[in-house]
Design a binder for this molecule. Sequence first.
Ligand code: AMP
Length: 397
Amino acid sequence: MIKASDYSFAGQKVLVRVDFNVPLNEDLEVTDTTRIEAAIPTIEKILADGGAVILISHLGRPKEGPEERYSLNNVLFALGDLLNRRVDFANDCIGREAAVKVANLKMGQVLLLENLRFHPGEKAGDESFARRLFNLGADVYVNDAFGTAHREHASVSTVVELFEDDKRVAGLLMEREVASATHVYKNAEKPFTAIIGGAKVSDKILLIENLLDIADNILIGGGMAYTFFKAMGGEIGNSICEDDRLELARELMIQAAEDGVNLMLPADSVAADAFAEDAKTQVTGSEEIPDKWMALDIGPEAFKSYSEVIANSKTILWNGPLGVSEMEPFARGTMEVGKAVAEATASGAFSLVGGGDSVAAINKLGLRDKISYVSTGGGALLEFFEGKVLPGIEALE
Ligand code: AMP
């Protein structure tokens, strides 16, 4: 994989796939610029080398063609602000206007093209759409969008093949993402602890199965824990449960025991009488959730024992919340685990955190700087640790 850090972009017009899929408020202003900030080093590197930048991205999930609320025009101001320079915009990512703007682009200038997903060819990985992107006339392709590397989309995968091998480059963000994930996946110093939360077991089966080969401890939290408890014959009240995955949960537990992996479930839980912020709550054993109550967070005994395991780890991977962390009364488990991960990192562990809710918890705690690497990838990171080859990375190799 050719790395942007080793590459000189002098005199090159560079087509850069970024992930500007940022949240917007009702006035269509960017409310969180993290993803834009993440792309700045690559843009600045190209400009500092004496190149020109053509940015392409998706934003949201437009259904049929252009819609104002999904226009990348909405991020233009935030981007210009962060780069501290003028950024030009083309109202379509392909076609005459974009081609003319690319042709007239001078070294040192930045052009942002409209949302790729206004064309169905993007998600379809369509060849003729990819060719139209290629025909805009860029000299080099850079992928800096790790968050979409698991998609076989035109701008991530199909278009890359049209560039010569030595014109396909991994951006600085992509480099760091791949290096951090590969470090944990291939060279994890032991003990290696994976903390896996989230709503459903079905979303994380492949991940857990794959981690059984490399992790020493797997700490389970979130809604998925209760499928495991039910599989063991526990009472889980109205807690979320996938009845069609009980057998699978049993198999995962047996496999963990056979592999000598310490698969931990939360000893206690915070149960609520409704899925609501103002619900009544009580702490109960996770296998004895009262009738009609639902477990919405891991309890104090659980986060204490998880924190101890985390404190004794040398490598930590964390994906997914331990409870309904978007509701304050059920955020404690996720927060405590976040603190434990930061403390272990301060004591020398390597920590990798990815996925919306886990990253949100780290940010809320102000602990971003205390984590070895906070990934911009949710789904992409998951698939990486499922052992899949990500199309966006494969295309660069
Ligand atoms: P995921 O997208 O799989 O990482 O799951 C995140 C979602 O899981 C969040 O929206 C949480 O509200 C939800 N979640 C976490 N713990 C629970 C729980 N105990 N019961 C129901 N939903 C949960």
